[in-house]
Design a protein around this ligand. Sequence first.
Ligand code: DGL
Length: 282
Amino acid sequence: MTAMRERPIGVFDSGLGGLTAVRELRRLLPHEDIVYFGDTGRVPYGTRGVDTIIRYAKQDIAFLLEQKVKFVMAACGTVSSTLPAEFSAALPVGFTGVVQCTAQAAAKATKTGRIGIIGTPATIASRSYEAALRALRSDVQITAQSCPLFVPLVENGYFNADNEVTRLVAEDYLKPLQKAEVDTLILGCTHYPLIAPILAKVMGPQVALIDSGRETALCTAALLREADLLRNDGHIGTAQYFVSDSTESFATLSGWFLGEYAGGDVTRISVDHYPADGGISQ
Ligand code: DGL
């Protein structure tokens, strides 16, 4: 039996977004193996109903548990805002979503207390980031904006820094945040850091962008260290990618984004047959 410490870290998202966390994990923890699942056959999650998002997330987690991961990271703002805490607490391994880690970084970064949040419709409707921020700092003024077009733009490769279509969409979505003069903007969906250069240009240099993928990777590294679950045998970490639709476009787009941090094959799987309760008896 593989020792717990030698098992991979499991990361999932609806598609490419969670790679923003993978890139950071690979950089921070070069000795760790990573199993990534991108549910590209069912993306986007953020425009669906809560019951559907929960069912998808539980199936994704059941797949990762079958891969014998030592930790599950929901690298998805939508899932993190929706999955019941009782479910994640009942998992046989450690778990983190993105909301708490990202809210902590934003609460620390803001000077004026004016914080903007952008996310998918499901994330914004859940008010998850607002609740986490208010619990950390009572003086914050929050402006939240849902940006449903960003995920399909990213999934279709519209994330190069000079992409005019994405810039125009960003200008429109970010207007209320500019008007509110936020000094900190939470990229509350893990897809958004892929278009961070465009968002930064629209918001201007005075606004700090908080990358939910990066912040959650930092939290995960700290949690694994605390639990004494990091490898210490000099192993060179690998990454294995699984998707639920065609591998070609994922391999190309993920390769562009991950560059030197890619490091593994992409395999197509089906998750539809995984239990809708994640196989966890609560
Ligand atoms: N990366 C997911 C998130 O962080 C995108 C959700 C979607 O598929 O709409 O919310």
